[in-house]
Ligand binder design. Sequence first.
Ligand code: HEC
Length: 403
Amino acid sequence: MRWRAEIRGILCVAMLLGAEARGQGADPGRAIFEGQLEGTRTPATAARLARLPCLSCHGRDGLGTREGRAPPIDGPALIRATPERPAYDAESLTRALATGQGAGGRALSQLMPRYALSPDEGRALFDYLGRLPAEQRRGVWPERLRIGVATRAEGYLDALRAALQARLGGTQVHGRTVELVPMAAGETDLLAIVAPPVSQVASVTAAGMPVLFPLGQLSGAEDPGLVRDFLPSAADVRHSLARHLAEAAQGPVAAWPEGERNDAFALAMKLAGREVAPRAGEETAELVVFDAADLGAAIAAAPRARLWIDWRHVPEGPLPSDRPLIVVIDAPALVEAPERALRTRHAQIAGAVLGEILKEAGRDLTRARLMTAFETAWTGDLQLDYAAVPLTGTERLLFFQAQ
Ligand code: HEC
């Protein structure tokens, strides 16, 4: 059947690359800046930092917020004397954080939280802030910028490049030539990475490198400051499916297999205003099946139910029953395309979104500005709205009546 061949195609996109990368060496200064303080003797500071990381107010690039209430605190800003204060060093920074007394003795407002760091922690943070401008402008030069493409899938890079150039009306944005290069192992002179497997997202972002449009499904817990996609996350899929089922269900709803795995789904259903039945049985009208391996058992357990299954779990070969089956597709942007090559479609959408983001991010490009540009860039023609759904721009599902 054609629909099954198409769905298989998407599966290939999701599985193009599967190797797990090892985590990179942790940078203690970055960890503090991002809100993690481990092995410290001041648990109150660790808790405050987790709640109020520096970047939440001063920005991931340390350049301060647009509203301007939090000043720039990257290295160049700190070591520059101003009319209000002398330059900072590691000691005066550590003191300012602990006591609220800025360089030269100026009292900082209460809007700036207090953090009791050890001298070593303060030094690590100061050093990191010094490296921040270079880190934020990796892959950005006056005349060009470079973005890595992780997948080696045939045709992907060409399709991405063509779509990007169509969107930009050429090879340049804000006077810079955009270079899309196959990512070489360990290369760090890149503004961001496009299309790595989802299993590598955590290790890439741990080094401060933004990830765009990974292959596979995000969990929904990723940080939109470092990761953006155009396909819904697992968490959003659960909620969208639950909302749809709450309206469309013709009787009791159950999930299979019972137990821990469907707790998250049961919670999503509750939020949508409907209970999930504790077990599948004669009465069950709608049955959500989490795994293809369970399909036979699910069919037997609920003899009258309509079955709902994620496209990733559509079994090979004929289905074990002629029961109504609805395939839940969380990649409508790919499936609805006229193209037969779905992976090309992924590259085309990625190129189009990337073009809009690069235009929006402006001439003074940092990794942080690239990522915040998603919130204001125009992607409505692609049916994406990152202001509403920051991580992926969409929660949209497609329901495919397979039989
Ligand atoms: C809740 C928002 C918020 C958080 C979180 C925050 N800051 Fe601030 N910070 C501010 C504001 C607002 C000011 C301006 C205070 C003033 O000028 O009176 C400020 C001022 C500063 C200054 C003084 C700059 C100068 O020119 O004298 C430094 C240094 C600083 N912050 C560093 C940090 C660091 C490092 C962290 C994380 C450990 C951090 N801040 C977390 C809001 C915040």
